[in-house]
Structure formats: C-alpha cells, structure tokens
Design a protein around this ligand. Structure first.
Ligand SMILES: [Zn+2]
Length: 79
C-alpha cells in the first residue's frame, strides 16, 4: 500500500492532479477552499468539465427561480 496523496480517476483510472482553489463566500472572513482532482486524461477531464458546467447552470437556474418565490436570501451552508 502506498499512502501518498495520489488519486485515481473514478471514471477512467488515470492518475489525477489535485488543485486547490479559494472561492469567496458570502462572508469574506471565511473563504471556501475547494480541492479538485483533475484527471490527466484530457478527454476524460473535458467531459467532466462539461458535465460540471451543466450542473452549475442547472443549479443557477434553480436558484434564480427560487429567488422569485423566496425573496429573502438565506445563508447557504455546504457540508
Ligand atoms: Zn479520468
């Protein structure tokens, strides 16, 4: 067993590279750190990016809709 931080892509089994991005949250004192594992297989990663972009678009559309019904913004806590 090797216990280094190497991750294997769940989609194609290629090794992945981790990249950490800091995202600004609603509270500037607590930025959200997001660690993503990018596949070294370009085609696989591209497909994953497309899927994620689509999910994000759907989420934004849903949020946009819910804003119309619930004008008061609630803080969102992601686990
Ligand atoms: Zn992959």
């Amino acid at each position: 067993m090797n216990d280094n931080n190497e991750h294997i892509c769940i989609r194609c089994g290629s090794p992945t590279i981790s990249s950490t991005t800091i995202r600004q949250s609603a509270n500037p004192l607590y930025p959200i750190t997001v660690t993503q594992y990018r596949c070294t297989n370009e085609a696989c990663q591209k497909a994953a990016d497309n899927k994620q972009a689509e999910l994000l678009k759907q989420r934004l559309e849903r949020e946009e809709k819910s804003k119309k019904y619930h004008p008061i913004k609630k803080p969102e806590i992601n686990p």
